[in-house]
Each structure stands twice: as structure tokens, then as C-alpha cells.
Design a binder for this molecule. Structure first.
Ligand code: TRP
Length: 338
């Protein structure tokens, strides 16, 4: 059977942490062999939020490329590309915007939630929401369809965006004839990884994240400050690993040691400090292969650029072919021979 097309993306706004890894990247690496895979560095989308901070987006484009390569995205198998260098995505966005009402965008649960968050953060009123931000689901529909994306691995928070894309595709095809492919979401198995402080969300701004590039000193500092069972006061008090963030992280990276850790913790045979030190060791073992690859790419920036350029060129060829079909369907292919 022919391989299907997979497309997914990430905004280049910061270094990847283990929440990104277990929540998305691990899955991407596994899937890249089963599909024609496209991994988009969504700089245009990042700019909807950071239009007044272009340096941040710029700095993180290569950063994200290195993150993708270090976790094991294979540039000879998959295509890594930069969104802003595919003008067809911007073109499609314009045409798709005729098929989406403003009310529909405002009802999109993801967009709604993000607008609310912004308002809480900046005290912004409704009029502070830009046209570009409100419209990013339309642009994301263009990201996917420009590559005939059939399979889109995303977290749960992205499902409303996928649904919006499917609606656009159906409306477009209904209006102009079957042209675009309706994608399916593939939910990533792992749920959202909690922060070291027990917060539901791991994030740079929250200071509770372990980054894939963190040194042993950084990991040690963060793990030592992690939240454990508050009922455990002395080293030999029994504790409940289910409410301990250190155990939660052991579950991610200490597979073989896990039964012992759990048993000793419950029996009061394991002090928290020793347990944390073991987590640091196991975390560093887990991060090591990625950090070695990262070191290689950081030492060879010209190779990273070559991968990005090649991927982007390859992606552009596909998007151009789709654009041609869209123009035909919309009867704006004025200079094409019949
Ligand atoms: N919105 C996605 C996120 O914030 C990133 C993204 C951009 C994306 N374009 C995409 C995801 C296309 C899937 C498909 O995580």
C-alpha cells in the first residue's frame, strides 16, 4: 500500500523540553518511517503571537531544527521545512479565508481559550485580538492541505484546529470540486507531562521544565527542588509515590528500576535525596544520545542550514503542485493551457 502523507508542525518559540518529547516528538520519530512525513517549523504562526518580537522567532528556527534532528527525525526520510519560505501556504490562506466565518473562528475552543489567556495576562480586551491571530486556524489548514496531509499527529488541544481544517476542506471541495484532502488527526498517546512542581503544564515561563539540552547541573538543581509527598518528613518515613513528582518522572525515564523505586518508597526504605539523585542519573542517561547529536549539529551549523534548505525546497515543490490544482479548481489559472 502506498504511504500516506503526514504533516505536523511546531512553533519556534523556545527550546524543547521533555514535555514536548513525550507529548509529541517521540511519536513523530516513530511515525516518520510509516508515512511521507513533513515537519513544519511554524514561524509564520509563531509570529501571530510574537510579531513584535521577531528576534525570538528567528533565534528559535534553527534551535527547533536542531531539536528535531537530535531527537531522531531523519532528514533523509522526513522533510523538515520552514513555513515562511512556502509562499503557497500564505496564498492558500487567503483563498480559504472565504470559507470561514468570523463567528466560527471565535467559537473555535482552542482560539477562544488562547484569547482568554491573553486577556488574563495582558488585560487585553476583545479589540486587542488581531486579524492574524484570529485567523491562524485558517493558516494551519493551509499548512496541512498544501502537502495533501492525510495524517496529522497532534495533542488534544489541537483537535478543534483539525476540525476547522476539515470543514474548510469540505467547503472548498463542495464549492470548486474535489481538490483538497481531508486530514485525520492522530492523537499522541502520551498525555500532557506535568511540571516538576506538579503543575499540569510544563513550561519555560513556569520554571518547572527539564529541557532536552539541560546540563547535569541544571537537571540536578531542578530535580532537587521537585515536589515530593509532603507527609514524608524523615528519610525512612514511608511515602506515597503516586503524589510524588520525582516518582512521576521516574516513570518516564527509569523503566527497569521502577518496581524497586516504588516498593522502597512505600516501605520507607528510600530517602528522597537518594531517590532524586537516581532520577538525575537516569534522566541524564536518557538525554545523552540526544545531547550528543545536538552537540554535533551545534558544531556543524552549515549542515543544519543545508538540511533546512533542502527540506524547504522539497516541500515547496509539493506545495506548488497543490497550488496549481487549487488555481485550476478556482478558475484562476489564467495562463495555463487547457
Ligand atoms: N498549532 C500547532 C501548535 O501550536 C503548531 C502547528 C502549526 C501545527 N502548523 C501545524 C500542528 C499544522 C499540526 C499541523 O502546536
Amino acid at each position: 500500500m502506498a504511504k500516506k502523507n503526514l504533516l505536523t508542525g511546531m512553533r519556534p518559540t523556545g527550546k524543547a523540553h521533555i514535555g514536548h518529547y513525550f507529548g509529541a516528538l517521540e511519536n513523530w520519530v516513530a511515525l516518520q518511517h510509516n508515512y511521507h512525513s513533513y515537519f513544519e517549523i511554524a514561524d509564520v504562526q509563531a509570529l501571530t503571537d510574537n510579531f513584535n518580537n521577531p528576534e525570538k522567532v528567528r533565534a528559535n528556527v534553527r534551535e527547533l531544527a536542531i531539536d528535531l534532528l537530535s531527537v531522531g527525525i531523519d532528514p533523509t526520510k522526513a522533510t523538515i521545512f520552514i513555513q515562511s519560505f512556502i509562499p503557497e501556504i500564505a496564498e492558500l490562506t487567503v483563498y480559504y479565508s472565504n470559507h470561514v466565518t468570523i463567528a466560527r473562528l471565535q467559537r473555535n475552543p482552542t482560539v477562544k481559550h488562547e484569547i482568554k489567556q491573553k486577556q488574563e495576562l495582558f488585560g487585553m480586551r476583545g479589540e486587542g485580538v488581531t486579524y492574524g491571530f484570529l485567523g491562524y486556524p485558517v493558516s494551519q489548514a493551509a499548512d496541512i492541505t498544501a502537502f495533501r496531509g492525510e495524517v496529522v499527529p497532534v495533542g488534544e488541544d489541537q483537535l478543534p484546529l483539525l476540525e476547522q481544517c476539515r470543514e474548510i476542506v469540505r467547503k472548498f471541495n463542495h464549492t470548486y470540486g474535489d481538490t483538497l484532502v481531508e486530514p485525520d488527526a492522530v492523537l499522541t498517546e502520551h498525555k500532557r507531562i506535568k511540571g516538576l512542581d506538579g503543575n499540569e503544564k510544563m513550561g519555560k515561563s513556569l520554571g518547572n521544565a527539564i529541557f532536552l539540552a539541560d546540563s547535569k547541573e541544571e537537571v540536578t538543581k531542578k530535580v532537587m527542588a521537585a515536589v515530593t509527598d509532603p507527609a514524608k518528613i524523615r528519610k525512612d518515613d514511608p511515602a506515597n509515590p503516586e503524589i510524588c513528582m520525582v516518582y512521576y518522572y521516574h516513570q518516564l525515564v527509569s523503566k527497569e528500576d521502577l518496581p524497586t523505586i516504588c516498593q522502597e518508597c512505600k516501605a520507607g526504605h528510600r530517602g528522597c535525596v537518594a531517590c532524586k539523585k537516581q532520577l538525575v542519573e537516569n534522566m541524564m542517561t536518557f538525554l545523552k544520545p540526544m545531547q550528543e547529536k545536538r552537540a554535533y549539529y551545534e558544531a556543524h551549523p552549515e549542515e543544519v542550514d543545508a538540511i533546512l534548505l533542502e527540506g524547504t525546497n522539497r516541500a515547496r515543490t509539493v506545495a506548488q503542485a497543490v497550488m496549481k490544482e487549487v488555481r485550476q479548481a478556482m478558475k484562476i489559472d489564467y495562463f495555463e493551457e487547457d
